[in-house]
Design a protein. Structure first.
Length: 339
């Protein structure tokens, strides 16, 4: 049973949905601390969380009596990803700056939630980039959280925080976990009766080899890439045409519908006049010099292959801009422009 004392402190815990952050919540809650789980949304994680996972995440927290709050930091996150002060990991994952940004955002919200400190589920030595001892210290320093950032799972290997020194948090009840193993965490899940939990924020697409290559190319080509475009770049097949315009083609009906919902002023939508088939979104167009090429790439993905296809080009709120009769692009053409 969780006992919460009348004047117990409140803590904001960075919550990824994974087991480690749930355990951080539980360890603090067990000391009578009121815990609020902060879940961050960015174009690279959080947004893509499937509805079922979101429900599971909320249910797990509700079962454990933990308050859940969502915070959308998409714009600030995107700005950071384009130029992270501490660099990238193996792919486009700026893990140290990512943590700094989330802790800094949580620190700014302490007053709003009447909370006195921030905690995370970080485990010393679990991740090569952001969970080394020096990286943990940098995260604390650069997020302006000196003395106010607690890592309950590895606290015994780290200097005592202000909360421990003042007696708000009982250090003897914190843990000294290290490394990549999961045995201790799984045992703790059993102790707290946590039977079901979503996969950790492994959903971060910045650590995906294929997507991170695509992001890198796009940030180089279009430094102004915005949140809508980061989301768009994670669905469908992508082509950069010779004039540096961007063609996205849906791989199935669900993606087609999502792509259509993302069309905005200046975009051109491509579809087959003969009936259902792939939908294309053509963006960053400065002339129609590549209209034939875009249409022929779209035809290449028609389910029923015809020698000659007709492709309708239209804009948001307009009927046909033009209709193009074309043949499906060759494999060589498709491979030349695909990213
Ligand atoms: S993997 Fe992604 S979400 Fe996790 S710390 Fe790195 S950048 Fe942030």
């Amino acid at each position: 049973m969780n006992i919460q004392l009348p004047n117990s402190p409140t803590c904001l815990v960075l919550y990824s949905g994974g087991l480690d952050s749930i355990l951080a919540c539980k360890i603090l809650q067990e000391q009578g601390i009121h815990v609020i789980a902060l879940y961050f949304i960015t174009p690279f994680f959080g947004y893509k969380l499937k509805e079922q996972e979101k429900i599971l995440m909320k249910k797990v927290l509700a079962d454990q009596g933990i308050q859940f709050e969502k915070i959308d930091i998409s714009d600030a996150y995107l700005k950071m990803v384009k130029n992270p002060e501490h660099g990238y990991g193996k792919y486009m994952n700026p893990c140290i700056d990512c943590k700094i940004l989330m802790v800094r955002k949580a620190m700014k919200r302490l007053g709003e939630f009447n909370a006195s400190f921030v905690a995370t589920g970080e485990v010393l030595g679990q991740r090569p980039m952001s969970q080394r001892k020096d990286a943990l210290r940098i995260i604390e320093r650069d997020s302006c959280a000196d003395g106010l950032l607690l890592r309950p799972l590895s606290a015994l290997h780290l200097p005592p925080t202000d909360m421990e020194n003042k007696g708000l948090v009982d250090r003897s009840k914190l843990l000294g976990l290290t490394g990549r193993g999961r045995k201790d965490q799984i045992a703790l899940a059993g102790k707290y009766g946590i039977k079901e939990y979503p996969a950790p924020a492994g959903g971060c697409v910045l650590a995906d080899p294929i997507l991170s290559r695509r992001f890198k190319r796009m940030f180089e080509l279009w430094p102004e890439l915005d949140v809508n475009e980061c989301l768009l770049s994670q669905m469908g097949k992508h082509f950069i045409l010779s004039d540096k315009s961007w063609l996205v083609i849906g791989r199935d009906e669900t993606e087609n519908a999502k792509i259509v919902s993302m069309i905005r002023e200046g975009d051109i939508k491509l579809g087959l006049t003969a009936g259902p088939g792939p939908i294309g979104l053509w963006r960053k167009i400065y002339s129609d010099v590549n209209a034939d090429l875009a249409a022929s790439i779209l035809c290449r993905y028609a389910r029923v292959k015809r020698r000659l296809e007709e492709v309708r080009l239209s804009g948001p709120g307009t009927e046909n801009i033009k209709t193009i009769r074309t043949v499906p692009a060759s494999d060589e053409t498709v491979n030349r422009y695909r990213i």
